[in-house]
Design a protein around this ligand. Structure first.
Ligand SMILES: Cc1cc2nc3c(=O)[nH]c(=O)nc-3n(C[C@H](O)[C@H](O)[C@H](O)COP(=O)(O)OP(=O)(O)OC[C@H]3O[C@@H](n4cnc5c(N)ncnc54)[C@H](O)[C@@H]3O)c2cc1C
Length: 380
């Protein structure tokens, strides 16, 4: 184990911190209130290389390691989880999958603009009847010779309205169950592809979550990722890395709320002294800092295993399960430390408490993470 970050990793963290504090923070309350997607901010994030951080520079990416990705995700999420989910989906679910399993033609056509932040991507697995049970795909991709005929509905799709490139999971051969599922690259504007209304959400309200409809969309055969029937495996492998992103998002939400609570506790006075001098508040801060540090270690462990080319599926599930719990619990504590001021938008922590909840739901609920973890533990 090496707990020392390199100069490069520290520089990435500092750049992400500067961006979050200077660019994201000023409008974050308004974007949340108005459910406004951070379009200009995301464009800038792409120009800085944060949307394809781990992609090989020959495909327009930053060539950075997963540890740097965790550090950057934490900093962005401390301020704006609606922006950091765009970053997580684009990096982990879209760019990673394309780079790892795409053909050279697919990489040139789709990965290069995604990694450079010229366009953003979406990952489309969930359906009205297929959430945790992702094998129950009702969307069909029928093999028509030189193209697939895509029909069905996907819901809850992050970047649904703003993406240009969509990785869509669909059933080709129902008799083969999850071995008959494919992943197709679908472009916005393909005939028969309709983007539905934007969801009105509890948290990450600036992010762009939509239902997508596909009606007789003709997707060229060359847009399939991997061999015929590889789609479900593709989705599961991609989500393993995605969980490092969401775990780091949860970590950032928790540490952002903690930093605000710490600062506030040193300013606010009650009963003749600053509230941090009351042991009940000081102990809350001690618990928060300890839980957050443990979450950070799990995130960095999963990222380090990924960087070392080792199996990180168990570590990423543990990181997501724990960090999301920490985010939920510690943002509640941050509101508590702020008292009544924590209950209004101006002080940020109420938004963080609302944003924290989604980290226990998407990319596999906490119950699903426990299924993944326990299956691994109980494997003979
Ligand atoms: C804001 C937002 C953004 C999202 N972004 C995306 C995206 O970009 N792409 C995408 O494909 N999906 C996305 N999702 C979908 C998300 O991944 C699913 O909502 C999630 O996987 C849960 O599925 P579900 O909502 O159908 O819940 P269900 O699967 O119906 O689960 C309901 C409850 O039952 C529990 N449960 C289910 N099965 C079991 C079991 N076997 N044992 C114990 N408990 C169980 C669940 O944990 C949960 O608590 C997003 C969702 C939201 C809300």
């Amino acid at each position: 184990m090496d707990f020392k970050l390199t100069e490069e990793q520290l520089a990435v963290r500092d750049a992400a911190r500067d961006f979050a504090q200077n660019v994201l923070k000023p409008g974050v309350i308004e974007r949340d209130r108005e459910q406004r997607f951070p379009k200009e901010e995301i464009k800038e994030l792409g120009e800085l290389g944060f949307l394809g951080m781990m992609v090989d520079p020959k495909y327009g990416g930053g060539g950075m390691d997963a540890v740097s990705y965790v550090l950057a995700m934490e900093e962005i999420s401390k301020v704006d989880a609606s922006a950091s989910v765009v970053m997580s989906v684009n990096n982990s679910l879209v760019c990673w999958g394309l780079e790892e399993f795409g053909t050279e033609e697919q990489k040139q056509k789709y990965l290069v603009p995604l990694a450079g932040g010229e366009v953003i991507g979406a990952f489309c697995l969930s359906e009205p009847e297929a959430g945790s049970d992702a094998t129950s795909q009702r969307t069909t991709a029928i093999d028509m010779g030189d193209y697939y005929l895509l029909n069905g509905t996907k819901n809850w799709i992050t970047n649904g309205g703003s993406a240009s490139t969509y990785l869509v999971i669909a059933q080709t051969d129902a008799d083969k169950g999850h071995r008959g599922i494919n992943c197709l690259i679908v472009e916005k504007g393909m005939e028969g592809f309709v983007v539905g209304a934007k969801e009105d959400k509890l948290g990450i309200r600036g992010s762009d979550t939509h239902t997508l409809m596909f009606q007789d969309v003709k997707v060229p055969k060359e847009n399939r990722i991997g061999e015929d029937g590889f789609g479900f495996k593709f989705a599961m492998k991609t989500l393993s890395g995605g969980r490092i992103g969401i775990a780091s998002q949860a970590l950032g939400i928790a540490s952002g709320a903690y930093e605000l609570a710490l600062a506030y506790s040193k300013e606010r006075s009650a009963f003749g002294k600053v509230i941090s001098k009351h042991q009940a508040i000081a102990f809350k801060l001690a618990d928060m800092a300890t839980e957050i540090e443990a979450a950070r270690m799990l995130c960095l462990k999963a990222a380090t295993l990924k960087d070392q080319g080792k199996d990180y599926a168990l570590a990423s599930s543990m990181a997501k399960l724990f960090s999301s719990k920490v985010a939920m619990e510690q943002t509640v504590e941050a509101v508590q430390i702020h008292g009544g001021y924590g209950f209004v938008k101006e002080y940020h922590v109420e938004r963080m408490m609302r944003d924290a909840k989604i980290t226990q739901i998407y990319e596999g609920t906490s119950e699903v993470q426990k299924m993944v973890i326990s299956r691994t533990l109980l494997k003979d």
